[in-house]
Design a protein around this ligand. Structure first.
Ligand code: C2E
Ligand code: MG
Ligand code: MG
Length: 556
């Protein structure tokens, strides 16, 4: 080989080796430039490298193929090399020469072979690195895993950038229901698309990882917070090509805006905060995003304490029955009442929103419901014995009670124990979320009705109200949720006003008693009157009162 060709060869080889050694900037594209030069130098018309994860993979022929140089002149294979590395992965390299080209000398063949060896070892290393990276930092479904998250936290911490970032933990809301509705495969597509949506917003300024099931974690530049929350609050996500192939996805999210100077020791310092706030968000029916602050920690302790105190609280009679009147809007007379629970603990009154969600995590809630029913029956019995006026009282029963196959029997046993006329008791149930529950509710309501005990749909309009639920279950009362009662600012054509009007009309048509919940103003009372909804429960007519105060009102 003449000298200047020799020099050029060494220059290109050096360049090639330099690229392969620069492991931080590994990329196939970067070796193409020196390789193309080498191909031209040795009159090669085309250079191809292939990578297969295993010999079987090689047989299938579906490996990764890189064409590093192609002059377009075609030609036939003149040399090739194949290596199998320790992990049994196969790397191959082939070079082609166009017809009529001067063949390679022995010296040239040796040099081309050396180039192939360099390229193959580079390819196999770089691919293996990718495979190891995939196995280590991604889960079986191709989502980044917690190791990715930890690595990202550590990198940010090293660069002292944690302070400009926000971490979130989120759980997709009602995802089992979505799976039920559209099928698991479509459910998977929805999760993937939702994840991608967030990944696109977060970009290179952070990372999103799957923590298992429908739980995810993410960390990103604080400046992206609003955009990220927009998606987490709820967006339509498609799973098919039809415009109707969409479901709304939202997440219960715990947010921790990492303060400047935050001391990071390990992933637990951040995970503990976002995981518990996300759980708080899950229990919070009104807001699915909860921010971490010192108080969350306090709240968590309070919850843990509650849980310990509960069994004793029932035993000590710390749960009290409060009664909220239900009124006829025309006469303003009390026509009934709802029994609402208050926990009087060490001088403070704890509201249901602070303990019902905790009780609902176990069957403790059922104990409370029966406790309430028993006390209501005792109160009615006492008044009947004293010849005092009585009204029908409704008692809330959590859906958790549906697990009890003899629920209606157990209810009737208590009512009869106090010899309370059945028509003085009403059981409030909320809408069902699953088919199984639907069947159970239908059975329980029918059994109660046979015994002359009323059943009401509580919070109608708040959940996924279905007309089926109303049509197929023999309810006596429809309680329209506060969120569907037009507010003073609503005009008669607002969605709320129109929906309200039709729900009242529908209830009437189906022979259901209809009562509006959460009526607070005179204007609302007038609106009820205009829509022929004659019954109301709300602060306008009276707040929930302790037993003695309510009874005093009833006596008047
Ligand atoms: P709910 O059954 O829908 O009860 C109505 C809630 O709305 C009560 O809240 C009541 O105080 C409130 N409310 C009534 N009128 C108005 C109004 O005009 N404006 C506003 N803003 N609110 C009004 P409370 O007592 O805090 O109870 C909340 C929920 O806790 C109840 O909702 C019920 O789902 C649950 N709950 C209460 N006691 C029990 C119980 O003994 N067992 C079960 N399972 N759940 C209970
Ligand atoms: Mg209720
Ligand atoms: Mg209600």
């Amino acid at each position: 080989m003449e000298t200047d060709k020799q020099i050029r060869y060494y220059e290109l080889l050096e360049q090639l080796i330099a690229v392969t050694r620069d492991t931080d900037n590994f990329s196939i594209e970067r070796i193409n430039e020196p390789l193309a030069g080498l191909c031209r130098l040795f009159r090669v018309s085309k250079g191809v490298t292939e990578f297969y994860k295993s010999a079987n993979h090689e047989k299938s022929g579906r490996g990764e193929v890189f064409v590093c140089y192609d002059s377009g002149e075609g030609g036939s294979e003149i040399m090739g090399r194949r290596i199998v590395d320790e992990s049994m992965a196969v790397s191959k390299c082939r070079v082609y020469m166009a017809e009529g080209t001067e063949p390679l000398s022995d010296e040239e063949r040796e040099k081309v072979d050396l180039v192939m060896k360099v390229v193959l070892s580079f390819i196999s290393n770089s691919r293996l690195r990718k495979i190891v990276e995939r196995l280590t930092f991604y889960d079986d479904n191709g989502y980044r895993n917690m190791r990715s998250f930890i690595r990202c936290l550590e990198q940010l911490n090293e660069r002292k950038q944690l302070g400009t970032h926000t971490a979130v933990y989120f759980n997709l809301r009602h995802f089992s229901q979505i799976n039920q509705e559209i099928g698991r495969n479509n459910g998977d597509i929805v999760i993937r698309n939702y994840y991608t949506m967030l990944e696109e917003v977060i970009g290179d300024d952070g990372i999103i990882c799957r923590a298992g099931g429908d739980n995810f974690v993410a960390i990103f530049d604080d400046g992206l917070l609003i955009d990220v929350l927009e998606i987490l609050k709820g967006v339509p996500v498609s799973y098919g090509s039809n415009s109707s192939d969409r479901v709304n996805v939202s997440a219960s999210t715990g947010v921790f805006r990492i303060p400047d100077g935050f001391v990071y020791e390990d992933v637990g310092d951040i995970m503990d905060k976002i995981a518990t706030t996300s759980r708080a968000a899950k229990l919070n029916p009104s807001d699915n995003i909860v921010f971490f602050d010192g108080k969350t920690e306090e709240g968590r302790e309070r919850l843990a304490n509650f849980r310990k105190l509960l069994p004793l609280a029932i035993e000590n009679g710390e749960f009290k029955v409060y009664y909220q009147p239900k009124s006829d809007i025309q006469s303003e007379e009390i026509i009934g009442a709802e029994a609402l629970c208050r926990w009087e603990h060490e001088g403070t009154v704890i509201m249901p929103s602070d303990f019902i969600p905790i009780l609902e995590q176990s069957s403790d809630i059922c104990k409370l419901d029966f406790y309430m029913l028993e006390h209501v029956c005792q109160d009615i019995r006492r008044r009947l014995d004293g010849n005092k006026p009585v009204v029908r009282v409704s008692v809330n029963f959590s859906r958790k009670n549906m697990m009890d196959a003899d629920l209606s029997e157990h209810i009737i046993d208590i009512v009869d124990k106090y010899r309370v006329p059945h028509d003085l008791i009403e059981i409030e149930l909320t809408e069902s979320t699953t088919d199984v529950e639907f069947k159970e509710i239908k059975r329980v309501v029918s059994e109660l009705q046979q015994e002359g005990i009323s059943a009401s749909v509580d919070d109608f309009g708040l959940g996924q109200s279905s007309l089926n639920l109303i049509r197929e279950i023999p309810w006596n009362v429809l309680k329209i949720d506060r969120s569907l009662i037009p507010i003073d600012a609503d005009n008669p054509h607002s969605t709320r006003s129109v929906m309200f009007k039709y729900i009242v009309a529908m209830a009437k048509e189906l022979g259901l008693e209809c009562i509006a919940e959460g009526v607070e103003t005179e204007k609302q009372v007038n609106m009820l009157r205009d829509n022929s909804c004659s019954l109301a429960q709300g602060y306008y007519f009276g707040k929930p009162l302790p037993t003695d105060e309510f009874e005093a009102k009833l006596d008047k």
